[in-house]
Design a protein around this ligand. Structure first.
Ligand SMILES: Cc1ncc(C[n+]2csc(CCOP(=O)(O)OP(=O)(O)O)c2C)c(N)n1
Ligand code: SF4
Length: 541
């Protein structure tokens, strides 16, 4: 079979193509973005007519994937961990409706918060929804688990979560492919009430989900991804989940691992296997990437059994991602990975690109607010969040996608004036529109600046669902036409822009200001692509 060198994200995407998916849905977010991007640019996926589009947010993505599964086709939905908060309503309920065609939900967690507001562990969500979770140790397992996950999903009519973390998503490895499968034919669910969650049906479906828990656990006991390896030295037993097992193997590369080892890659947890290692060993060490979920379960409320080591007793740091050196330390081995950073290398804090349109929006906003006390700009998540840093110091909040408008509303409701919201175009269609509607319905005095750079800049320049629609959306929601302004965020228009903002923050109602200029990175990329295409055309002429 073919061997490919792929990122973990790409391995998942390729496997989904090979496993016969008919569609993939996602909203960008590190470290999950490359999954849909891979399918989107794959010739094979195009030839197989696999649907791949960016959705407006993770909830719409989840629901679209569920809709495709309803028709009997295989579908995948991908998101970063915090995206699962947005998709949670649909996600949890999809465990109760169940699925028809196989459905895999990829949740990409970001421990250490390389590019996120928190490091929540999606395994909690999988457990909460009571569905099987797969957690790969390496890229090959990520590839293999996708096909396995689709089969499991169709066997039980249940969505399956594939949980990955940053390092697995963003590092490469050789992948051996499996033969491609055809897509499923359209076939509707045998039970026409399966997807109608009226209480009478939901109660029945929920009982079915509960009844399946024993079977899911049995699958875990027999899973190729959970295995127990005995060892001579039973003073310690190690349970390693997902990528933590990879780090452990790196530490003992070429050396025999002396202790019993339980590797876990499938949940619900295989209780019999855990009991075996617990009974056999004097002490247990738990290595898991993310929260100490398994460790906490092992300890229980009373914590009066055997000694359990891990994140909760400080053998492993309580927060942040694992790495081979942390694992080495836990085993009192010499740390051997990575070289010291040479003193010539200086930290380079993130910053807005030189010439970024957001800079000029902030220059105008800062000057317009100059005469007011600080602390009145409610912002959101995107490149423009970097406006928090010097020299701009332009924003005062960043909580979750969409929170700028609603937080400005709450502050304004409290009598705080002026209250300004700053939100990007993609974030606005992700989850800002409903907050704007609240403000319009309440006639709340706020000024909303939608920074329209015609892209989803922060995650690498994906298409923005807002492009070409912003004024129409705002007008349609009910913003008065005379209080919608389009600005050009360039130095040339600084004075003019500043005056528009100054006037609108005095308005006792909802106003929307849209500074509009394309992200310079996407402009540069477009120009490069145009040039390349012209060169190719010249060669073929
Ligand atoms: C719920 C959730 N989904 C995805 C992300 C990842 N993410 C951060 S900002 C952003 C969008 C930014 O685009 P836009 O609002 O257009 O601002 P820009 O970066 O272009 O300035 C995304 C997708 C996130 N932080 N939270
Ligand atoms: S990528 Fe685009 S939006 Fe982001 S900072 Fe750079 S120019 Fe600005």
């Amino acid at each position: 079979m073919d061997k490919l060198l792929l990122l973990g994200d790409e391995a998942i995407a390729q496997s989904a193509i090979d496993a016969g998916i008919s569609g993939i849905y996602a909203y960008p977010g590190t470290p999950s973005t490359e999954i849909l991007e891979y399918v989107h640019t794959s010739r094979e996926a195009r030839e197989k007519k696999i649907h791949s589009t960016w959705s407006a947010n993770e909830k719409t993505a989840m629901e679209s994937a569920l809709g495709m599964s309803y028709t009997g086709k295989r579908a995948m939905v991908c998101m970063k961990h915090v995206g699962l908060n947005v998709a949670a309503d649909a996600f949890i309920n999809s465990a109760i409706t169940g699925v028809n065609g196989g459905l895999i939900v990829v949740a990409a967690d970001d421990p250490s918060m390389h590019s996120s507001q928190n490091e929540q562990d999606s395994r909690f969500y999988g457990k909460f929804a009571m569905i099987p979770i797969l957690e790969p140790t390496n890229q090959q397992e990520a590839y293999d688990m996708v096909r396995y996950g689709f089969d499991l999903s169709e066997k039980y009519g249940i969505p399956v979560m594939l949980r990955i973390t940053t390092r697995l998503a963003h590092s490469r490895s050789g992948i051996i492919r499996q033969p491609g499968l055809p897509q499923n034919e359209i076939h509707l669910p045998g039970n026409p009430r399966q997807f109608i969650l009226l209480p009478v049906n939901a109660r029945r479906q929920y009982k079915g989900l509960l009844q399946n828990q024993a079977a899911f656990e049995e699958e875990s006991e027999n899973s190729p991804y959970n295995n127990y390896r005995t060892g001579k030295d039973k003073s310690l037993g190690v349970i390693a989940c997902g990528i933590a097992n990879n780090y452990l193997m790196e530490e003992f590369d070429g050396r025999e691992f002396p202790h019993p080892l339980l590797k876990i890659g499938q949940y619900p947890l295989p209780v019999q296997m855990i009991r075996k290692i617990y009974d056999e060993c004097d002490r247990i060490m738990v290595l898991e990437e993310g929260y100490p979920i398994l460790e906490e379960l092992l300890r229980g409320i009373l914590d009066n059994g055997k000694k359990i080591s891990g994140r909760m007793d400080g053998v492993i740091p309580r927060d942040g991602e694992l790495n081979p050196n942390i694992v080495a330390k836990a085993f009192e081995l010499e740390e051997q990975y990575g070289l010291p950073v040479p003193s010539i290398v200086k930290n380079r804090p993130p910053s807005l690109c030189k010439g970024c349109p957001h800079i000029y929006s902030y220059n105008a906003l800062n000057e317009a607010l100059d005469k007011y006390a600080k602390g009145r700009v409610f912002s959101d998540i995107g490149c423009y969040t970097l406006g928090a840093l010097e020299p701009y110091g332009a924003i005062n909040t960043c909580v979750d996608m969409g929170a700028s408008i609603t937080m400005a509303k709450g502050a304004s409701d409290a009598g705080f004036r002026p209250a300004v919201a700053v939100i990007g175009d993609s974030t606005f269609t992700h989850s800002g529109m409903t907050g704007l509607l609240d403000a319009i319905n309440d006639k709340t005095p706020i000024t909303v600046m939608i920074l329209d750079n015609a892209t989803t800049g922060m995650t690498g320049g994906q298409d923005s669902a807002a492009t070409g629609h912003l004024e129409a959306i705002c007008e349609g929601l009910g913003v008065e036409k005379e209080h919608i302004h389009i600005l050009n965020p360039s130095p040339k228009f600084h004075e003019e822009n500043m005056h528009v903002i100054q006037n609108e923050i005095l308005y006792e109602g909802v106003s929307v200001i849209i500074p509009r200029r394309e992200c310079i990175q996407t402009v540069a990329r477009r120009l490069r692509e145009d040039k390349k295409q012209k060169q190719q055309e010249a060669v073929t002429e």
